[in-house]
Design a protein around this ligand. Structure first.
Ligand code: DO4
Ligand code: MG
Length: 280
């Protein structure tokens, strides 16, 4: 089952059929334990909405209300390697090696809805950064009770030059206007997402492919439940939260995003998150 937020409506997609309701209270709509069953119960009383697919042709809102988006880092070996390399000159390489092996994961606050765009939206690269990449990540939707209720796609836009200069600059490398893409929907399965799921990214510039890669989520070092347990240790999330689970795809060092690039991130049962690159 998938839920989309579009034009202030909540669109539920199940077995090829669409159902619609007001999205005015998105927070209480998504923040439910056993969301899958709640939605199944709910659609019994809703009429099928034949024009559902046409509503999804343009831009789709990020499926977020008042939730915070958090992110995990260095959860894939490839991410550890890339960060060690980029921060070597600054003497920061050890931090990344240690956090990859440590019991406590790296977790950082990424964004609220005001800095997040949905599918079809523009994500920014910073003007003071010469080396910028998207980070294609599986994102969890977690209820206020700490249960993983759904999955979406996250784009953790990052400045590699700022993060590489000094690990203490991480918040500036990661958090700025339009720094996060989220969507196109929340995928709400009955059971946890399959470990065979893979993440694919394709970047196009002037209609030409400039980067493409895939990775399986089974390459992740940590379990989703382990990340959630740390996030919820000392934080209460009244409306639930989103957690990006880290990237395992790092473009080559000579690659940087340019304004107008098109970024497509696909995770099969969820869909494709499309973002265009802009700058203030
Ligand atoms: O430690 C820096 C950020 C790591 C990150 O965002 C990732 O691994 O996805
Ligand atoms: Mg990341």
């Amino acid at each position: 089952m998938q839920i989309f937020k579009v034009e202030n409506l909540a669109l539920i997609h199940h077995n090829g059929c669409y159902y619609i309701r007001e999205a005015a209270n998105w927070d209480t709509f998504i923040n439910r334990t056993d969301l899958h069953q709640c939605l199944l119960d709910e659609i019994k009383y809703l009429k099928e909405f034949e024009d559902g697919a046409s509503l999804l042709k343009g831009s789709i809102d990020a499926p977020i209300g008042s939730q915070e988006i958090w992110a995990s880092g260095v959860t894939y070996y490839r991410s550890r390697e890339a960060r060690m390399e980029e921060s070597k000159a600054a003497g920061g390489a050890d931090f990344y090696d240690k956090v990859y092996e440590a019991e406590r994961p790296e977790l950082f606050f990424k964004a609220l809805a005001n800095r997040t765009v949905g599918s079809g939206g523009v994500v920014n690269i910073r003007k003071d950064s010469s080396w910028n990449v998207p980070e294609p990540e599986l994102a969890l939707f977690i209820s206020d009770k700490g249960t993983i209720e759904g999955y979406t796609i996250g784009n953790d836009m990052s400045s590699r030059v700022i993060e590489g200069e000094n690990p203490l600059y991480l918040p500036q490398a990661k958090v700025y206007d339009r720094c996060a893409g989220l969507g196109p929907c929340i995928y709400v399965p009955k059971d946890p997402i399959s470990p065979d799921t893979s993440i694919h990214i394709a970047i196009r510039r002037n209609d030409v492919s400039v980067f493409e890669e895939s990775i399986g989520i089974s390459q992740m070092k940590r379990a989703h439940t382990e990340l959630v347990a740390y996030l919820y240790r000392e934080c209460n999330f009244e409306h639930g939260s989103f957690l990006m689970t880290g990237t395992g795809i790092i473009p080559p060092d000579d690659f940087t995003l340019k304004v107008k690039d098109e970024i497509r991130i696909t995770i099969d049962p969820i869909g494709t998150l499309i973002n265009f690159v802009g700058q203030k």
